[in-house]
Design a protein around this ligand. Structure first.
Ligand code: SAH
Length: 353
């Protein structure tokens, strides 16, 4: 039975589904989930992420975290962690670049939070030279200094959507229309947790809520405030999201999120305000465009050095990758980054102002 048929029979039996439940089923269903059954990244996959575009991304991020580790007195042992590591490419590039930092590899404890068994296997292959371990929840991070990166992790977390109706909200649900999955709206109800959004919305506006995101950041911040460390979060989104940002991508093209459950990537824009609200007791940086951050870390100089060893098509790909990561009309502006450090610690390089 396909995931679509499973969902249709579930809706027939139990009524319309919430969007977060639909997203969880599509992305992480043990037999049919998008991430649990495939490796979707790369030019041959459905979409491409920054670490898959160029090694420069992981090298610079790795060196930024290694600098934070040095700034905090090189704690040992320490955790180098990643949320949603995909193919493990970012972690591999970070480790290769930071291998030159004296003592770093000797003290590192590599910890990966990954929900997909298929991707855990891919990560194990990519990181064969190291000894990573996997955790199932953020609470399982070891109680020691923690330097963490997350790229396109928070956008994969399930959201709910609500349409404003007076001072109440109607939840967007997935039901059936002529036996086909279709969006509908639930009854108008008060939603006390959304009260703040009554200030910046009007009747009929759609807002999104990602319940999992802030608690993850709150746990991480508490860990970093207590034991030291730093985190870097990359994603696309805005200070506060307004409107429907749910997106399905298949074969590098946008598609209907209900058309082919389990076979398309589903994401939503990240609400940076909600994330940053969970950061105290740590200090956050400003939210900075990815392109600005990478330029400050010296991506152009690194690109020029790498270019000297390349020619022909490889050189063209490399030049295009640099542009794609940094140019305001490509990923440079759409993707944002913020860092967090313990109060009183130096901010991560590239995010000081
Ligand atoms: N960071 C990688 C992959 C981004 S895709 C890159 O930049 O290429 C999202 C990643 O998060 C995948 O590895 C996916 O399996 C993982 N993921 C999604 N939801 C998750 C969850 N709830 N818990 C843990 N990992 C999750």
């Amino acid at each position: 039975m396909s995931l679509r048929d499973l969902l249709i029979s579930q809706i027939r039996a139990q009524g319309p589904m919430r969007l977060d439940d639909y997203m969880t089923a599509c992305l992480l269903h043990p037999e049919h989930g998008y991430y649990t059954t495939r490796t979707p990244f790369g030019t041959s996959g459905d979409f491409i992420t920054a670490p898959e575009i160029s090694q420069m991304f992981g090298e610079l991020v790795g060196l930024a975290l290694a600098q934070a580790w040095l700034n905090q007195g090189s704690p040992a042992p320490f955790t180098l962690a990643e949320l949603g590591p995909g193919r493990g490419t970012l972690m591999a590039d970070m480790l290769r670049a930071s291998a030159r930092v004296p003592g770093f590899l000797k003290a590192v404890d590599i910890v990966l939070l990954e929900a997909s068994a298929v991707l855990r296997d891919v990560q194990a292959d990519t990181l064969e030279a190291y000894t990573p371990r996997w955790i199932d929840s953020i609470e399982a991070l070891p109680e020691q200094a923690t330097f963490l990166v997350a790229n396109e992790f928070f956008d994969a977390l399930p959201i709910r959507q609500f349409v404003r109706d007076g001072t109440r909200w109607r939840e967007r649900q997935i039901g059936l229309k002529d036996d086909v999955l279709a969006f509908g709206l639930g009854p108008a109800q008060p939603q006390p947790t959304l009260n703040e959004r009554l200030e910046d919305t009007q009747d009929g506006d759609l807002i999104e809520d990602c319940a999992m995101a802030a608690p993850i950041l709150a746990t991480l911040s508490a860990r970093i405030a207590t034991y030291g460390g730093a985190a870097l979060v990359f994603d696309y989104g805005d200070w506060r999201t307004l409107g429907d940002t749910l997106q399905a991508v298949q074969n590098h093209d946008k598609t209907d999120p209900l058309a082919d459950p389990g076979h398309a990537d589903l994401t939503a824009h990240v609400d940076f305000e909600a994330l940053l609200r969970a950061v105290p007791p740590c200090t956050p940086s400003r939210i900075t465009p990815q392109g600005v951050f990478l330029e400050r870390l010296g991506i152009t100089a690194r690109a020029q050095t790498l270019a000297q060893t390349l020619s022909g098509a490889a050189l063209e790909t490399h030049v295009a990758a640099h542009r794609r990561l940094t140019h305001p009309q490509e990923m440079g502006n759409l993707f944002k980054i913020f860092g967090i450090v313990p109060q009183g610690s130096a901010m991560l390089p590239g995010l000081e102002t």
